[in-house]
Ligand binder design. Structure first.
Ligand code: HEC
Ligand code: HEC
Ligand code: HEC
Ligand code: HEC
Ligand code: HEC
Ligand code: HEC
Ligand code: HEC
Ligand code: HEC
Ligand code: HEC
Ligand code: HEC
Ligand code: HEC
Length: 386
C-alpha cells in the first residue's frame, strides 16, 4: 500500500516496480518493462503521416512513471500479450489498475466520459505538486478552462474575481482554484447534493478557508432560514466566480442589488428614503443595507441582537449620526407608502396629497373648459354684431 491506499500491483507492474527499485539501487538509468524496446522499434521514429504518433513519447523515460520503470503495456494493457504487431483502434490506456481510488471517484463524477489523459496528459505525467504539472494548484484553473470556457462563462467570470487575482497575480497558494471548490475527479453539477457547491454545502466549502466568518454566519437569520432551503449562502451575497473584494468601486450598489435578489420591497423602500437617494447619487458615506443590518451576523429585526432592534439601534445610527437618540432613530428607513398598517401617517399623507393633486387637476380642467366655451361664445357674439 502506498500513501494513496490503492495500488493493487499487477504482475507486470510488480516486476516493473522491483526492476526500478533494483535499478535505483544500482545505477541512475531508468529501466523499462520488458517489451518497451519492441514498441519503440516502430514508434520512436514514427512521424505524422504514419498515423498515430505520441508527440510526447520521448518524455516518458524522464517522467514520473518512466523513472519508476512503468512501461508501455502497463498502460496500454490490451497489448498483453504482444505478438510483434497490433491492429488499429486500441482501448484507451488503463490507469485504474494502479490508481483504483482515483478511478472510482472519476466514475462517479461528471467527468466520467473524459479520459484521464484529458487532464493529466499521457506520457509526461507529473506529480500534481510539481510546478510544471498542468494540474498544479497555480495552473489547474487554466487547464479546467480549456474545456469549460467553451461550455460556459465560469472561467471568464472567475478570472474577473478576487480569487483568480490572488492565485494568479499574487501567487497565493492559499487562494482557491476551481478544484478547491469543485473537486476534480468527483466534480458534480451544483444541483447534486454531494457536490461541494450544492446550496446545503457551499457555505462550509467557503468556510474551509474563511473559517473565522462561519460562527457569525451560522448564528444569523440567513443560516437559520437556509435549513428550509432558503436563506442566503456565502455565494448568494458574494457571487460564486466573480467574487469582488469589499470596498472596490461599485461595491455598495452591488451589495444592494444582491440583497435585492431576495428583499425586493425593502430595496425599493430604501431607494425612496434619504440614504437610498444619496447612495444612488454616488454618495459613499450614506448608509446602505449592511451599515444598518450588519453583514454576516444579520438577525431578524425583532431578535434581541438585531442591530436595528431597540437595544442596538442608537449605536447603529451613531456610527454616522453622533447625536442620534432612541426617539430620533424611530424613523422608518423602509417606509412603504402603499401600506396603511405599517406607516399610517405616510400612507394617509400620500393619499391626501394624491387626492389634492387630482382635485387641483380636475378643477383646472373644468375651469379652463368653461372659460374656453365662454370666450368662444363672446367672440361669436362680437362677430355677429360687427
Ligand atoms: C502512464 C501510462 C502510459 C505509458 C507508460 C505509455 N503510454 Fe502511450 N499513451 C498513454 C495515454 C494515456 C495515451 C492517450 C490515448 C489513450 O488514452 O489511450 C497514450 C497514447 C499513445 C499513443 C497514441 C498517440 C496518439 O497520438 O494517438 C502511442 C503511439 C503510444 N501511447 C505509445 C506508447 C509507447 C510506445 C509506450 C512505451 C514506450 C507508451 N505509450 C507508454 C499512456 C501511456
Ligand atoms: C510494427 C510496428 C509497430 C509496433 C511493433 C508497435 N506499433 Fe503501435 N502502432 C503502429 C502503427 C503503424 C500505428 C498507427 C495505427 C493507425 O493509426 O492506423 C500504431 C498505433 C499505436 C497506438 C495508437 C492506437 C490508436 O488506436 O490510435 C498505440 C497506443 C500504440 N500503437 C501502442 C503500441 C505499443 C504499446 C506497442 C508495443 C507493445 C506498439 N504500439 C508496437 C505500429 C507499431
Ligand atoms: C477533470 C480533470 C481530471 C481527470 C479527468 C482526471 N484527473 Fe486525476 N487529478 C486531477 C486534478 C486537478 C488532481 C489534483 C487534485 C488535488 O489537487 O487535490 C488530480 C490528482 C490525481 C492523482 C494524485 C492525487 C490523488 O488524488 O490520488 C492521481 C493518481 C490521479 N489524479 C489519477 C487520475 C486517474 C487514474 C484518472 C482517470 C481515471 C484521472 N486522474 C482523471 C484532474 C483530473
Ligand atoms: C503500473 C501502475 C501504474 C499505471 C498503469 C499508472 N500509474 Fe500513475 N503512478 C503509479 C505509481 C506507482 C505512482 C507513484 C506513487 C503515487 O504517487 O501514487 C504514480 C503516480 C501518478 C501520479 C502522481 C501522483 C501525485 O502524487 O501527484 C499521477 C497524477 C498519475 N500517476 C496518473 C496516472 C495516469 C493518468 C495514468 C494513466 C494514463 C497512470 N497514472 C497509470 C503507477 C501507475
Ligand atoms: C477535457 C475537457 C474538460 C476538462 C479539462 C475539464 N472538464 Fe469539467 N466537464 C467537462 C464535461 C464534458 C462535463 C460534463 C458536462 C455535462 O454533463 O453537461 C464537465 C462537467 C463539470 C462540472 C459539473 C457541471 C455539470 O453540468 O455537470 C464541473 C463542476 C466541472 N466539470 C469542473 C471542472 C474542473 C474543476 C476542471 C479542472 C480540474 C474541469 N472541469 C476540467 C469537460 C472538462
Ligand atoms: C470559490 C469557489 C468556486 C471557484 C473557485 C470556482 N467555482 Fe465554479 N461554482 C461555484 C459555485 C458556488 C457554483 C454553483 C452556483 C453557481 O452556479 O453560480 C459553481 C458552479 C459552476 C459550474 C456549473 C455547475 C452546474 O451545475 O451548473 C461550473 C461548470 C463551474 N462552476 C466551473 C468552474 C470552473 C471551471 C472554475 C475555475 C475556472 C470554477 N468553477 C471555480 C464555486 C466556485
Ligand atoms: C447576507 C449576505 C452575506 C452573506 C450570506 C455572506 N456575506 Fe460576506 N459580506 C457581506 C457584506 C455586505 C460584506 C461587506 C461588509 C462591509 O462592507 O463592511 C461582506 C464581507 C465579506 C468579506 C470581506 C471582509 C471585509 O470586510 O473586507 C469576506 C471575505 C466575506 N464577506 C466572505 C463571506 C463568506 C465566506 C461567507 C459565508 C460564510 C459570507 N461572506 C456570507 C454579505 C454577506
Ligand atoms: C482555498 C481557500 C478559499 C476558499 C475555498 C474560498 N476563499 Fe475567498 N478568499 C481566499 C483568499 C486567500 C482571499 C484573499 C485574496 C486577497 O485578499 O487577495 C479570499 C478573498 C475573498 C473575498 C474578498 C475579501 C476582501 O478582500 O474583501 C471574498 C468576498 C471571498 N473570498 C468570498 C469567498 C466565498 C463566497 C467563497 C465560497 C464560494 C470563498 N471565498 C472560498 C481563500 C478562499
Ligand atoms: C438606515 C438604516 C437602514 C438601512 C440603510 C436599511 N435598513 Fe432595513 N431596516 C432598518 C430598520 C430600523 C428596520 C426595522 C423596521 C421596523 O420594522 O421597525 C429594517 C427592516 C428590514 C427588514 C425586515 C422587514 C421589514 O421590512 O421590516 C429587511 C428584510 C430589511 N430591513 C432589509 C434591508 C435591505 C435589503 C436594505 C438595503 C437595500 C436595508 N434593509 C437598508 C434599517 C435599515
Ligand atoms: C438568497 C436570498 C437572500 C439574500 C441574497 C439576502 N437575504 Fe436576507 N433573508 C433571506 C431569507 C429567506 C430570510 C428569512 C425570512 C424572512 O424573514 O424574510 C432573510 C431575512 C433577513 C432579515 C430579517 C428579516 C425580518 O423579518 O426580521 C434581514 C434584516 C435581512 N434578511 C437582510 C438582508 C441583507 C441586508 C442582505 C444583503 C446584504 C440580505 N438579507 C440578503 C434571504 C436572503
Ligand atoms: C454609514 C453612515 C450612516 C448610518 C449608519 C446612518 N446614516 Fe442616516 N444619513 C447618513 C448620511 C451621510 C446622510 C446625509 C444624506 C443626505 O442628506 O444627503 C444621512 C441622512 C439621514 C437622514 C436625513 C436628514 C438628516 O440628516 O437628519 C435621516 C432622518 C437619517 N439619516 C436617519 C438615520 C437613522 C435613523 C439611522 C440609524 C437607523 C441612520 N440614519 C444611520 C449616513 C448614515
Amino acid at each position: 500500500m502506498n500513501r494513496r491506499g490503492a495500488y493493487p500491483m499487477r504482475p507486470a507492474a510488480m516486476i516493473a516496480g522491483l526492476l526500478s527499485l533494483l535499478c535505483l539501487a544500482g545505477s541512475t538509468t531508468p529501466a523499462h518493462a520488458t517489451g518497451d524496446d519492441e514498441c519503440l522499434a516502430c514508434h520512436e521514429g514514427m512521424s505524422g503521416d504514419q498515423g498515430a504518433v505520441a508527440g510526447d513519447l520521448h518524455l516518458l523515460s524522464e517522467s514520473l512513471h518512466g523513472s519508476m520503470g512503468i512501461g508501455c503495456v502497463d498502460c496500454h494493457a490490451d497489448l498483453v500479450p504482444f505478438e510483434g504487431m497490433h491492429g488499429e483502434n486500441l482501448e484507451p490506456a488503463d490507469c485504474t489498475s494502479c490508481h483504483a481510488e482515483a478511478g472510482t471517484e472519476h466514475l462517479q463524477g461528471s467527468h466520467r466520459d473524459q479520459p484521464c489523459s484529458a487532464c493529466h496528459g499521457a506520457h509526461d505525467i507529473r506529480p500534481v505538486d510539481d510546478p510544471l504539472s498542468p494540474l498544479h494548484h497555480l495552473r489547474v484553473s487554466d487547464t479546467c478552462a480549456e474545456c469549460h470556457q467553451l461550455m460556459g462563462d465560469q472561467p471568464s467570470r472567475f478570472r474577473d474575481g478576487v480569487h483568480a487575482h490572488a492565485l494568479e497575480k499574487a501567487g497565493l497558494m492559499v487562494a482557491p482554484s476551481c478544484v478547491s471548490c469543485h473537486g476534480a475527479h468527483a466534480a458534480l453539477p451544483a444541483s447534486n447534493e454531494d457536490s461541494p457547491v450544492h446550496r446545503s454545502r457551499v457555505t462550509a466549502t467557503c468556510g474551509t478557508c474563511h473559517a473565522g466568518l462561519l460562527p457569525a454566519h451560522r448564528s444569523s437569520v440567513h443560516a437559520a432560514a437556509a435549513s428550509d432551503g432558503e436563506g442566503a449562502t456565502c455565494a448568494d451575497c458574494h457571487a460564486s466566480h466573480d467574487t469582488l473584494p469589499a470596498g472596490v468601486p461599485g461595491w455598495r450598489r452591488l451589495v444592494i442589488a444582491q440583497c435585492g435578489e431576495c428583499h425586493e420591497s425593502q430595496v425599493d423602500s430604501f431607494h425612496e428614503g434619504f440614504h437610498g437617494k444619496a447612495t444612488q447619487l454616488g454618495y459613499e458615506r450614506a448608509a446602505m443595507c449592511s451599515d444598518c443590518h450588519g453583514a454576516h451576523d444579520i438577525q431578524a429585526v425583532d431578535h434581541p441582537d438585531s442591530r436595528v432592534g431597540q437595544a442596538r439601534i442608537v449605536d447603529t445610527c451613531r456610527q454616522c449620526h453622533e447625536e442620534a437618540t432612541l426617539a430620533w432613530a424611530g424613523y422608518d428607513p423602509h417606509v412603504d407608502l402603499e401600506n396603511a398598517n405599517r406607516n399610517p401617517q405616510a400612507y394617509w399623507a400620500r393619499k391626501f396629497m394624491d387626492g389634492l393633486l387630482l382635485f387641483v387637476f380636475a378643477f383646472f380642467i373644468v375651469h379652463t373648459t368653461l372659460w374656453l366655451i365662454r370666450s368662444l361664445r363672446a367672440r361669436r357674439g362680437a362677430a355677429r354684431h360687427s
